[in-house]
Design a protein around this ligand. Sequence first.
Ligand code: NAD
Ligand code: LMR
Length: 328
Amino acid sequence: MTTPVNVTVTGAAGQIGYALLFRIASGAMLGPDTPVRLRLLEIPQAVRAAEGTAMELDDCAFPLLAGIDIHDDPAQGLAGTNIALLVGARPRGPGMERADLLEANGGIFGPQGKAINDGAADDVRVLVVGNPANTNALIAAAHAPDVPAERFTAMTRLDHNRALSQVAARAGVPVADVRRLTIWGNHSATQYPDLFHADVAGTPGGTLTADTAWLTDEFIPTVAKRGAAIIDARGASSAASAANAAIEHTRDWVLGTPEGDWTSAGVVSTGEYGVPEGLVCSFPVTSSGGDWQVVEGLEIDAFSRERIDASVAELTAERDAVRSLGLV
Ligand code: NAD
Ligand code: LMR
């Protein structure tokens, strides 16, 4: 039998964890031939709940599930891991300023980055889901100097999927007919969903952009503020769709993106499209051979440039804030 892949999920007892673990164990993430060993990493108060989830995983009798262990120590939970899905994060509480939030998350993602540096498998791949995802990924990467920076990513696949769905509905085509959309920037309300290079059922997505009112007043804000709209409607942040996006991000990273299409992911900038080096920024990306590549050479007009720059400015401000806190 193939050696199982070690997958660590932090925040395993949370809502995304509950929607994520069963799909990983079923083979949805790494395919039907790859057994997985799940490592559930939680804070001590949530270990009991994680044990309950582990009991349910056992009760599914998934043929691909080679084992489950539960930890409250990052060094143990991340030792030997091949794939780390960093979901658990500190949510913003009442009266908390953004700097407080960044500092609290620094206390989580710094030690987790160090644990990955010191003990993860050589091929470790890290996806940060916990918000603020891009800057948390930056913090984790900064604490893992021995791990190549490109192994740290932040999730914007949910934003990408939200944009696909909005465009398909507008154009009256199946989502499978919408390709080459891009989410640029931060996983926040400043993100820029870009239709200008898309293909919508064989026609340039740019034709949809001729309807400037729809583009600027509906499409862009609907995608960028979807997270808040879900919280408003559900009374809790997106969970199943976030878990689905984490599955798709990791699947595409490991197994490759489909020919002729690309997706969106927060990856460490090496200066592409004028984004300052080192920021974890969402770009159009393809994957082959287990590595992401930024799609280069796209023409960016003034409309897009202004919006990409605004989101990159927010990422820069977040980086400066965590720098001044000594977190990177
Ligand atoms: P949740 O509150 O239901 O669960 C979070 C879990 O993380 C809790 O069980 C908590 O005990 C655990 N946790 C906290 N600190 C931890 C630590 N140091 N180590 C291990 N576990 C820890 O939250 P959720 O709904 O599952 O969301 C998790 C995160 O994902 C939030 O930050 C949320 O904002 C974010 N999110 C991101 C996206 C995205 O697209 N990037 C989408 C949705 C949600
Ligand atoms: C989402 O995009 O659904 C989440 O990032 C929202 C949130 O603040 O948790």
